[in-house]
Design a protein around this ligand. Structure first.
Ligand code: FAD
Ligand code: NDP
Length: 536
């Protein structure tokens, strides 16, 4: 078979590039193949986002927000009898999985109507010598096996968009066998119940957040800090809010072993012996399926579910990259690309999560794929711009940001050349309903009300006060952050924000009346009043 473009990977980036190239008249073949997770989870066309990422996550996030509102706001807002409502995990999973199946189907239909040939097989790039033997005069050759038969496609160019998969450290006894990852959680047929989440970035905190508000007992094991790379003040605010809402955190802690209760524990007792910890305690018959987790500090605790969210690894292991001459980054194991998504192998491009140094976000993979297709087949020359990409962490209070963190702004411009404006407050529905702290974080019986949930923060570069960092912690920050990202792209300044009339009563209006700078040392927490506004 011959093609203009072979796309390896039918996820966010690969599908977007395949459809755009076909629209521009190219003959396109797209491969997608899912390796089952160690726990046996597998799924259909569409890649990480639709099957085990953004889409199932946002449905669970919304279920969690409902739980949060029911726990804190339903009764004061006049809804009685909500105590009678029960949450059924399996019903949520059913809704999530049915929706994913619809999307899998519509993605297949989308490829068909775009004229892209879809092959459900694992593709491998052929090495140069094999390529010569196969008779290809130019371009690249990709091989695959379908129904036991080995086949080839020759293409003018190849796009690698194979994404990544969660990683579980092999040096933690029991982890690979007993832990689940985000590949399994959204289709888990049993309730997660008491859960340990290992890791402290996007995936860990989002999973911990939604599980907490689905009313499970959740602990996060943090090796160093939460949300590395994000604005520190905002990351710490998110952690505080999560704590006050009931998520527990074990800080500067690491897991050393997992053991299903009742099983012999040779590896773990060796490890614990080294540390001098008592391995006999807590291993009592406390429910057949429980997992005993041992930590580096010597702590031991039983959990029903352990979710590992300690990062992802690119799916390049059996792709034939080395033989095909594709340079990989030695530290990340990801493909090195230039600003036009070109790898070191002529005719081979890469986009999305598989690329070194690119943000691992769906719209990034999609846009990079569409722009590449236009450059290859549409005579365009527009490159993908990787700066000022907005993102949101859904915990389930949402942290949206675009541009620089305060730390990065200081490093880039110097402390004296930036001004930071801050405003902390509670949105009206939260303060009117007097949301309460989780019992575990109350200092005493009078310590009830939550710390203001909202934090609005902008970082301006002097002297024109151009905004170089936008940070918003709010119930619906995802929606507002998109609009501010557009404004940042258009060169937004503090004067522009001040010149805009706010919409009252919203959280977003806080950005249009900010007066307290970090430099002033004044408190930036609203004394009372009305959410993001200035009345009262
Ligand atoms: P993928 O979507 O991973 O697609 C790659 C495809 O290639 C997969 O189907 C894979 O099985 C297949 N493949 C691999 N090797 C081969 C081969 N040899 N042959 C054929 N096929 C192969 N991003 C956001 O923007 N917002 C969010 O809210 C968000 N939430 C997330 C939540 C979770 C839990 C996770 C895990 C990720 C989330 N992301 C989110 C990130 C987002 O899902 C990814 O950035 C995006 O899916 C990357 O797209 P991609 O095209 O690079 O790869
Ligand atoms: P990250 O690579 O962002 O973070 C990994 C986390 O695991 C860090 O907290 C790290 O801690 C910790 N960690 C790493 N190794 C270990 C270990 N051996 N033991 C204990 N902890 C460890 O990975 P994620 O899986 O959270 O996210 C991957 C990407 O997916 C994100 O970068 C994001 O782009 C994308 N995503 C986007 C979402 C969104 O848009 N809302 C949601 C979810 C994912 P340390 O800081 O100490 O290294």
């Amino acid at each position: 078979m011959e093609a203009d473009l072979v796309v390896i990977g039918g996820g966010s980036g690969g599908l977007a590039a395949a459809k755009e190239a076909a629209r521009l008249g190219a003959k396109v073949v797209c491969f997608d193949y899912v390796e089952p997770s160690p726990q046996g989870s597998k799924w259909g066309l569409g890649g990480t986002c639709v099957n085990v990422g953004c889409i199932p996550k946002i449905i669970m996030h919304n279920s969690a927000k409902l739980g949060q509102l029911m726990d804190h706001s339903a009764a004061p807002l006049g809804w009685s009898g909500t105590d009678g409502l029960t949450f059924v995990w399996q019903d949520l999973v059913k809704t999530v999985q049915l929706y994913i199946k619809q999307l899998n189907f519509s993605y297949r239909r989308g490829l068909r109507s775009a004229g892209v040939e879809y092959i459900n097989a694992k593709a491998t790039l052929l090495a140069a010598p094999e390529r010569a033997q196969s008779g290809a005069k130019s371009g690249r050759v990709v091989e695959y096996t379908l129904k036991g038969e080995r086949k080839e496609v020759r293409a003018k160019c190849v796009l690698v968009a194979v994404g990544g998969r969660p990683y579980i450290p092999r040096d933690v006894p029991g982890a690979v066998e007993l832990a689940v990852t985000s590949d399994d959680l959204f289709s888990l047929s049993r309730e997660p119940k008491k859960t340990l989440v290992v890791g402290a970035s996007y995936i860990a905190l989002e999973c911990a957040g939604f599980l907490t508000h689905l009313r499970y007992d959740v602990t996060v094991c943090v090796r160093s800090i939460v949300l590395r790379g994000f604005d520190r003040q905002c990351a710490e605010h998110i952690q505080l809010v999560m704590k006050e809402q009931g998520t527990k955190f074990l800080e500067h802690e690491q897991v050393v072993s997992l053991q299903r209760v009742g099983e012999p524990d040779v590896a773990a007792s060796d490890l614990a012996g080294d540390r001098g910890a008592d391995t006999t305690s807590n291993t009592t018959a406390d429910g057949g399926d429980k997992i005993l987790v041992r930590f580096a500090s010597g702590r031991e605790e039983m959990f029903d579910t352990v979710v590992y969210a300690v990062g992802r690894r690119a799916c390049t292991q059996s792709l034939g990259c080395e033989a095909a001459g594709i340079a990989m980054h030695p530290a990340s194991g990801k493909i090195v690309v230039d600003e036009l998504e070109q790898t070191s192998a002529p005719g081979v491009y890469a986009i999305g999560d598989v690329c070194h140094g690119r943000p691992e976000l769906t719209p990034v993979a999609i846009k990079a794929g569409e722009l590449l297709a236009r450059r290859l087949f549409g005579g365009a020359n527009e490159p993908m711009v990787y700066t000022n990409i907005p993102t949101v962490v859904f915990t389930p209070i949402e942290y949206g940001c675009c541009g620089l963190s305060e730390e990065d702004a200081i490093t880039r411009y110097g402390q004296d050349n930036i001004e930071v404006f801050l405003f902390g407050f509670n949105s009206v529905p939260v303060s009117a309903c007097h949301w309460k702290k989780a019992l575990s974080t109350r200092k005493d019986e009078f310590d009830l009300d939550v710390t203001p949930l909202n934090l609005s923060k902008i970082i301006c570069k002097k002297p024109d006060n151009k905004i170089v960092g936008y940070h918003c912690i709010a119930m619906n920050a995802g929606e507002t952050t998109q609009g501010y990202a557009l404004a940042l792209k258009c060169g937004l300044t503090k004067d522009d924000l001040d010149a805009v009339v706010g919409i009252h009563p919203t959280d977003a209006e806080s950005f249009h009346s900010m007066t307290i700078t970090r430099r002033s040392g004044e408190s930036f927490m609203a004394a009372g009043g009305c959410g993001g506004g200035k009345c009262g």
